[in-house]
Ligand binder design. Structure first.
Ligand code: NAD
Length: 484
């Protein structure tokens, strides 16, 4: 299937923090891929802006190296790099001072869509927003893009929102959660609201439980300072997993429009019950002989930060009363995988007798490594041996169904950056959503800190602490295996 690429209108994308790690690994490679696919043909320009003293050629060299290192697929011709670099320029700029701002204002074109990507620490967001206004770049079609972490609790998120709101309207603010840019995550909405098949069953009458797993094999080395102040709850659950939960649990919005979708997500967050310590397991990974454990890595033998969390949540509304949502995420687990499993209830009566065994339909949405959706259905085991039942997957692998050369290969950042240019906020978090997510997370964290319990140790390469398995066993359920 040939993908249709519609070039976006002329734009200037300014990357504050253009010499940083995120720009190098994600933003610049994503822009290059969109360039190769023809989406910047309308006239897109990229301006790196950072404190680092560089001239344009040195920055283009930096961009070229980033592309060579991180664009490893075959979609782009090497010759395209030289053409792409013609769209790139640089300005040395201090977010906290006046250096570079007049130059930047002169480089941008007011007739273009102007998107300012804040790829810097959140402590600079206010300075950047203020100067954009002061130097006349905040009006009209201007948009700002802000990265996570968006606060570390409700109060800091509210402060950050208030700071940005002093200079920009909510309709100009794009809070990125790259999970929302994943093809499968959007497909979740297509599957739920574009088919008649699933929605009538999408409630506690038919769904036994839903489990979410985001497992990583890496530890926290390299990010230890940030991570030890955050932990799995703040780093993963409050944002990425909460977004997945919302898309799974929300009511159908009246239309696929940013505020309609975000209103429904917000209602889910607000309907979440408080989670008590009985329904939470926290863990810290141990060393595996070759690599140090969590405590050694962060250099604090008394650290109370969790590198793993599993919890059972409830959503108090008509649709979901009685269906638990189990969430788990952690570092140094058995495999790198992210999936959501919607486990349907048993058929009310088995006409095949007890020997046919227990069979359940499970809809599995895989976010990584191989994005796709699989529906487990029960059929007769082939052969003459009587009526034996077996579960087989109805596989909806996107690459297989639609060909490998489709937009499915697109990285989340590609889609999200283009959505910013197109002015579509549907896949970005609204300020009140972020605050509500913290309002749910804060008391959970407070309670465990006050309780003084320390995280449970777990082996590197395992599925987390055994107590996490017990969290489901005691309900007569079990986690899906973290598959390699
Ligand atoms: P980094 O430290 O690698 O880069 C920071 C950039 O900010 C550099 O270009 C630096 O020159 C610039 N900068 C610093 N102070 C400045 C100032 N006063 N004026 C102008 N420029 C200044 O950081 P990073 O890893 O690229 O992260 C950037 C943001 O993205 C952070 O908020 C981070 O939490 C977030 N983030 C990063 C990642 C990632 O994978 N790196 C992932 C998710 C979110």
């Amino acid at each position: 299937m040939v993908s249709r690429v519609i070039p976006v209108e002329p734009f200037d994308l300014i990357i504050f923090g253009g010499t940083g790690d995120l720009a190098r690994r994600k933003i610049l490679p994503a822009l290059f891929r969109r360039f190769c696919d023809g989406q910047m043909e309308g006239g897109g320009r990229i301006i790196g802006a950072a404190r680092t003293e560089l001239d344009g050629d040195a920055y283009r060299q930096f961009v070229q190296e980033a592309i060579v290192e991180f664009v490893t697929d075959q979609r782009c011709e090497p010759a395209a790099i030289a053409k792409f670099l013609k769209t790139v320029s640089y300005v040395t700029l201090d977010a906290r001072g006046d250096t570079g701002w007049n130059a930047l204002a002169g480089m941008t074109d007011p007739s273009h869509v102007r998107a300012f990507y804040f790829s810097v620490g959140p402590s600079l967001f206010g300075d950047l927003a203020e100067r954009l206004r002061d130097y006349g770049m905040g009006g009209g079609e201007a948009r700002i893009v802000v990265e996570k972490p968006f606060g570390r609790d409700q109060q800091t998120a509210e402060e950050l929102n208030a700071t940005l709101a002093r200079h920009f309207d909510e309709s100009q603010i794009y809070r990125i959660d790259h999970y929302l840019g994943k093809e499968t995550v959007q497909n979740l909405m297509a599957i739920r609201f574009g088919n008649m098949l699933f929605e009538p069953l999408w409630n506690s009458q038919y769904i036994d439980h839903i489990q979410f797993t985001v497992a990583e094999t890496v530890g926290v080395a390299g990010r230890e300072e940030y991570y030890d102040r955050a932990g799995a709850m703040r780093d993963m659950v409050q944002n990425h997993m909460m977004q997945l939960l919302c898309l799974i649990a929300m009511e159908p919005p009246a239309k696929f429009d940013p505020d309609a979708v975000r209103d429904e997500k917000l209602k889910v967050i607000r309907a979440l019950d408080h989670v008590t310590p009985d329904d939470i397991v926290r863990g810290q990974y141990l060393d595996d002989g070759d690599r140090p454990g969590y405590l050694e890595t962060v250099g604090d033998a008394k650290s109370n930060t969790e590198s793993f969390v599993a919890l059972k949540a409830h959503i108090s509304n008509w649709r979901w009363a009685g269906t638990p949502f189990y969430l788990r995420t952690g570092k140094r687990l058995r495999a790198r995988t992210s999936e959501i499993a919607v486990v349907f209830k048993d058929a009310p009566h088995s006409i095949f007798g007890a020997e046919a065994g227990r069979h359940r339909n499970i809809l599995t949405i895989v976010l990584q490594p191989n994005e796709g959706i699989e529906l487990g259905v029960t059929i007769k085991e082939p052969g003459p041996g009587g009526m034996r039942l077996v579960d087989v997957p109805l596989d909806m692998s996107f690459a297989e169904a639609l060909g490998p050369d489709t937009q499915f290969a697109a990285d989340a950042y590609e889609r999200l950056i283009m959505d910013v240019i197109r002015g579509n906020q549907t896949l970005f978090m609204r300020g009140d959503e972020v605050e509500a997510a913290w309002a749910w997370t804060d008391p959970i964290i407070k309670e465990w800190l006050e309780g003084g319990a320390t995280p449970l140790p777990y082996d590197s390469g395992s599925s987390g602490p055994t107590e996490a398995l017990a969290l489901m066993h005691r309900d007569g359920r079990r986690w899906r295996e973290i598959r390699k």
